[in-house]
Each structure stands twice: as C-alpha cells, then as structure tokens.
Design a protein around this ligand. Structure first.
Ligand code: GTP
Ligand code: IMP
Ligand code: MG
Length: 339
C-alpha cells in the first residue's frame, strides 16, 4: 500500500482540498495526516452542496474510516482547532483526531503581531493568522507546544509513530500539504513567502516520514493560477481581464481578492521537479474551457481542453493523473490506472 503526498504547485489555493477529498473518499486511506505551516491555509470542499472549510484539521475528514492526524511540524491554534471539531461534528471527527504533542502553539500575541506589524501585514501581506511569529518563537526555542495545553490533552498523540506504524502494516496513508510551492521560504519568491518550506520533502518531514517511505507525490496546479498577498507573479493578468473571464476568487481565510494569472509552464516544470512529482492534478479545467464542466471521461473532453492537458504533460514532463472539471466532488477524471 502506498503513501501519497498531495502538495500545491503554485501559490496555494490550487484546489488541493478538493483533490484530497476525492482521494480520501475513493481510495479509503486508513490514516490521513496534515503537514504544512498551520492555520494560514484554508481548504474548502463542497459535500452535497454544503461548503466545509478547514484550516487546522485534515481535509480528508469526510472519510469516516480514517484516523485524522496533525503532524509535529504544523502550528496549532487551539481556538481554530475547537471550532473545527464543532463545525465537523456531522462527520464524527472528535474520536478520530490526533495532534502531535510536539506541535507549536499559536498564541493570541502571535496573531496580534501578524496583524499589526508593518513588515508582516504591510509589506508581505500575511494572512494574519499568527503563523510567522509562532514559527519565529519556535526557532527561538521559547514557544509553547501542544503538550503544554491542558485542554488539548485528550487529542495528544505521536503522529510520526502512528504514520510509520501504519506504513509498516501496509496501510494506505494520505499526507496533505498546504500552501503552494511558490510560497516556500526557500524556493519561492523570498521575502514574499510563508514562514516555512512548502515542498513535498518538508510536508513529509512535518508528519515524521522519511523521504524513502514516500511512494507518490501529486502536485496540484490550477488552470489559472492565483496569488494572494504581495510578491512577483510574472503571468498575472489585469483585474478587468479576470472579471471578463469569470475568474474572480476570494480567499478562504482572509476574504481577500486573489490575483489571477495565466498558466506558467516554466514555473510548473520547476515546481514539479523540486517537489519530485510522480503525478500531476489539474483543477478548474472548466474555467479554461466551459465545455469541460462536469466531464468525467477524458475522451469526452473538448479538443481545446485536451490540448491544454497534453501541453502541460509535454512541457512539465510528468503525467496528469487527476483532472477536476467542476466544484462538486464527482466532477473529476481519474487517469491513475493508465499511468
Ligand atoms: P486549497 O487551499 O489548495 O485546498 O484550495 P482552496 O480550497 O483554498 O481553494 P478555494 O477556497 O478557492 O476552494 C476551491 C473551491 O473550488 C472549492 O469549493 C471546490 O469545490 C472548487 N473547485 C475545486 N476544483 C474545481 C474545479 O475544477 N472547477 C470548479 N469550478 N471549482 C472547483
Ligand atoms: P503567512 O503564511 O500568513 O505568513 O503569509 C505569507 C504569504 O503567504 C502571504 O502572501 C499570504 O497571502 C500567503 N499564504 C499563506 N498561506 C496561504 C494559503 O493557504 N493560500 C494562499 N496564500 C497563502
Ligand atoms: Mg486555500
């Protein structure tokens, strides 16, 4: 049974949430572990027309057989954690959730600093979720950890041990990345980046899995990349163009309007390479070609949409395994058997 990591290949909000939700339901992993920075990320999924957004817990929450884990590298905001336990009550998450006892805590002071500091808020345009300041305190070795918070005690676990045990037992483990490669502290457009590396290697490390134990890395790209906050975006289009093409989106966490651009093949190649992609997932194909909306069979895609997918495979050099053609969970083409 393989271990699979799903990461964003652009600047976040590629629709990783909806890819993860599909894999969680279709592949039935027994363990779903979340890596990444922390509550700065928002993943949203529609289930039977109802929108669920998660910033702390794994996006695969709807798979009722799965243990839901938050890796040691992920920042934990207790307020957000308890809010999500409540929000996801219909899915019986409470008894399935485990947070690594070593996770760093986001304090109120971290959030305040993130929202008021002229460098973070003003220049970088952070999400204000307190992630940067909390990571800074961890590096200074003065941050509190999950094990220091009494209310979190019922959820404490050793995620690294659970995930490695599951792999030893041949169970399927789905590992969720957050943000996107372009926001990596090392490989992104520094200083307009988040407070940590966001590549697949970092996500594996967040949950305590060594590089030799990862079987597949799925890098997710959206047909029109978006970026929120400041920083270079070479293929960005004017706002009016995004309006005209019906591409306007707003952030899940901050509600900010996302900047929109044309697909950047060179960047996608770089991203797939450093992430060690074995497969690609392309989302929002229906935004590229309206005729693609809801198509679930590759052969039935319109010619223009197929040519776009082929161009991506050709220029990036990695096969496209999953294609999303609409907002509902069943709007997907799964080509993994052909790879
Ligand atoms: P990640 O942070 O990468 O998980 O993305 P996100 O969840 O932040 O993105 P966003 O908040 O923009 O939510 C994505 C939304 O787009 C979800 O409601 C999905 O149901 C929807 N979506 C996902 N894939 C597609 C697609 O192929 N076409 C369309 N039209 N919508 C999609
Ligand atoms: P921070 O991660 O809150 O420090 O924000 C740093 C930069 O990363 C800002 O440009 C944010 O808009 C961006 N960012 C962080 N997390 C996400 C995400 O999940 N989606 C999109 N952008 C993000
Ligand atoms: Mg998002």
């Amino acid at each position: 049974m393989p271990s699979v990591i799903v990461v964003g290949g652009q600047w976040g909000d590629e629709g990783k949430g909806s890819i993860i939700a599909y894999l969680a339901q279709h592949d039935e992993p027994e363990v779903i572990a979340r890596g990444g920075v922390g509550t700065n990320a928002g993943h949203s999924v529609y289930i039977h027309g109802v929108k669920y957004a998660v910033r702390q817990l794994p996006t695969g929450f709807m798979q009722r057989k799965a243990r839901l884990l938050v890796g040691a590298g992920v920042l934990v905001d207790p307020e957000v954690f308890f809010h999500e336990l409540e929000h996801l009550k219909p899915f019986d998450v409470e008894k399935r959730v485990g947070i690594d006892y070593r996770c760093t805590i986001i304090e109120l002071a971290h959030r305040e600093l993130d929202r008021t500091n002229s460098h973070l808020h003003g220049k970088i345009g952070t999400t204000g979720s307190g992630c940067g300041p909390a990571n800074a305190d961890r590096v200074m070795r003065k941050a509190r950890q999950v094990k220091d918070i009494k209310e979190l005690e019922p959820y404490l676990t050793d995620v690294a041990q659970e995930v490695n045990d599951a792999l030893d037992e041949g169970k399927l483990v789905l590992i969720e990345g957050t943000q996107g490669f372009g926001l990596s502290l090392y490989f992104g457009s520094y200083p307009y980046v988040t407070s940590k590396d966001t590549s697949a290697s970092a996500i594996a490390s967040d949950v305590g899995v060594g590089p030799t134990r990862i079987d597949d890395v799925i890098v997710v790209f959206k047909s029109f990349p978006t970026r929120v906050g400041a920083g270079p975006f070479p293929t960005e289009m004017p706002e009016e163009e995004a309006d005209r093409l019906g591409l306007v989106e707003y952030g899940t966490v901050t509600g900010r309007r996302r900047r929109v651009g044309w697909f950047d093949f060179d960047f996608a190649r770089y991203s797939a390479r450093i992430n060690g992609a074995t497969m690609l997932a392309i989302t929002m194909l229906d935004k590229y070609d309206k005729e693609a909306l809801g198509v679930t069979d590759y052969d039935k895609l319109p010619k223009r949409a197929k040519e776009f997918i082929e161009e991506i495979e050709d220029k990036v050099g990695v096969p496209v395994a999953l294609i999303r053609t609409g907002p509902e969970l069943e709007h997907i083409i799964d080509l993994r058997e052909n790879i």
